[in-house]
Design a protein. Structure first.
Length: 543
């Protein structure tokens, strides 16, 4: 009686052992079958190899992916002695052999002992379709999404079976959407029935974009009469969509350029409006702010690399203080002696700008300096048909924040009240006890400091060099004059208007001619409205 449990245990053990042996034998047979199929690639011609690739793809085994990739890249060889196929890598005079299934090294061979398996475009297409089908069944969602996107961009009738199998098994909504679009694109280049192609055309049109437009245009060339109206209507629809998004992209680029012009011009608007000073060194304040950012990032990279994402937050107040101090020294040392003499002021500030440029060249060199983007300002994202870069988006937000801060300063603080009083009637402000010379000095320091923080922002999208500010000084003056001297709202509207106008003119007239046309339009506008869009009464009209 006691032997029965022992017998049953032994029977179960033997059964389990037999099952393991069976599974191992099955795996070995499957591996042998795969190896035989891969070795067959070294014996056939292009057409036979294409059929062999399709047969390999039907196995669904991901082990064959490296071999197919090597075949497509021209790295699959047949050893002449025994006909075994290997993935081959250069290793000095000999070639390193890599097992086509396991990926393990299998020794070295002389090049003469091996024969390269040739590949043509038709075979490459079959490989691409096979690889797409294999990766479409990957357990990794990202791999499946990438594979579906690849087939969507390069549709093939050979990929349809794999796509339909993958669609039936797919559970992720995003991947399934891309798979459906890839299937529709592949149906268009296949010999499927007209009813399926009509449904595929609707899906391709819904997808939109230039790839879909190219696909429909290619399909139109070989389409029969029953499909032509649908394809032509789809092409018109996508072209209208692309035109709409192109206009939207130009507006975005214009807003981006306008935010840069706003940052560069807003400090100039304050000093020009309050003091009537044409500061030709304003661009150099922008440049000093950019170099302050470079110095901060250099110190952080050298001593505190973990703080790099905070580099701009550290550079902003430092740039404001550095350029504000330079502006204060300029006003107290030079400009206050030249009030009422605009030509001398212009020449003096131009001389200061040359001195600052040369000083920066002597310290940092004449070449561009590297200023990096923090991680939160890197990359881009798509919004409909628009491509939005993070650095441009943050600069727009930053420029509007600076504008809001200055608006608050001018409207809600004692300093702002004094600045507006000096702007509107200097003599009356002085008689009321306002120390107008110090208002001038602080105003000039404020305008210079804002130019400095503009330089911090510009360092993220432009080359940091001694000539950085020169590219914005003329545009800044145009913004100030167009918007209305001393009026912040005018500066805001003027900056964004000129930015958008520039971007709409550039595709037709080019960048240089576009700027010339903008300048001509501003001159004509000033003939009608000499005080700009938003006229503000100041010292210039007191007489």
């Amino acid at each position: 009686m006691q032997t029965q449990p022992i017998h049953r245990f032994l029977q179960c053990l033997l059964a389990a052992f037999g099952l393991v042996v069976t599974l191992l034998a099955t795996d070995l047979r499957a591996a042998d079958d795969l190896r035989a199929m891969i070795d067959a690639l070294g014996k056939g011609n292009f057409q036979e190899n294409q059929k062999q690739v399709e047969a390999l793809a039907k196995t669904g085994d991901p082990k064959i992916v490296p071999a197919l990739e090597a075949l497509s890249d021209g790295d699959l060889y047949r050893r002449k002695a025994d006909g075994i196929v290997f993935i081959v890598k250069p290793a000095g005079d000999n070639l390193t052999l890599v097992d086509a299934l396991s990926g393990e090294q299998a020794g070295e061979e002389a090049k003469a002992a091996l024969e390269k398996i040739k590949v043509n475009n038709g075979l490459r297409r079959a490989i691409r379709a096979a690889l797409g089908g294999l990766t479409l069944m990957s357990p990794d969602v990202a791999v499946r999404l990438q594979a579906a996107g690849t087939i969507l961009r390069t549709p093939s009738a050979d990929a349809l079976d794999g796509l339909e199998t993958a669609l039936a098994a797919e559970t992720d909504g995003t991947v399934k959407t891309v798979l459906e679009r890839a299937r529709a694109a592949s149906i268009l280049v296949s010999d499927r029935p007209v009813s399926e192609k009509k449904a595929a055309i609707a899906t391709v049109v819904e997808t939109g974009g230039r790839d879909s437009l190219s696909l429909l245009s290619s399909a139109l060339a070989s389409a029969d009469d029953s499909l032509r109206p649908d394809i032509e209507a789809g092409i018109r629809h996508i072209e209208d969509q692309l035109a709409f998004w192109a206009a939207g992209q130009n507006i975005w680029y214009g807003l981006s350029l306008g935010s840069v012009l706003l940052l560069a011009a807003i400090g100039l608007a304050i000093t020009f409006g309050v003091m009537g000073i044409i500061n030709m060194a304003h661009g150099e304040m922008v440049m000093l702010g950019a170099y302050t950012t470079f110095v901060v990032q250099h110190v952080i990279r050298t001593a505190y690399p973990g703080l790099f994402d905070w580099s701009l937050a550290i550079a902003l107040p430092l740039a404001f203080l550095v350029t504000g101090a330079v502006g204060l020294v300029m006003e107290r040392g030079i400009i206050r002696f030249l009030y009422g003499r605009p030509l001398e002021t212009l020449l003096a500030t131009w001389g200061v700008s040359l001195m600052l440029q040369q000083a920066v060249r002597s310290i940092f060199g004449p070449t561009n300096q590297e200023v990096g983007n923090p991680s939160w300002m890197s990359g881009a994202f798509d919004l409909g048909g628009l491509t939005i870069t993070w650095n441009r988006l943050w600069i727009i937000v930053f420029s509007l924040a600076v504008f809001a801060f200055l608006l608050f300063l001018l409207k809600k603080t004692p300093m702002g009240l004094q600045m507006r009083a000096v702007t509107q009637n200097r003599r009356m402000a002085s008689s009321m006890g306002i120390r107008t010379p110090w208002v001038d000095a602080l105003t000039f320091a404020l305008g210079s400091g804002i130019a400095g923080i503009a330089g911090v922002a510009l360092s993220q999208i432009d080359n940091v060099s001694p000539n950085l500010g020169q590219g914005y000084i003329i545009d800044s003056f145009m913004v100030v004059v167009f918007g209305g001297v001393g009026n912040l709202w005018g500066t805001l509207v003027g900056a964004f208007t000129l930015g958008i106008l520039n971007k709409f003119l550039e595709p037709y007239a080019g960048a240089v001619l576009g700027k010339i046309l903008v300048l001509v339009l501003i001159i004509l506008f000033i003939q009608k409205r000499p005080r700009g869009l938003f006229a503000l009464k100041g010292r210039a009209v007191e007489a």
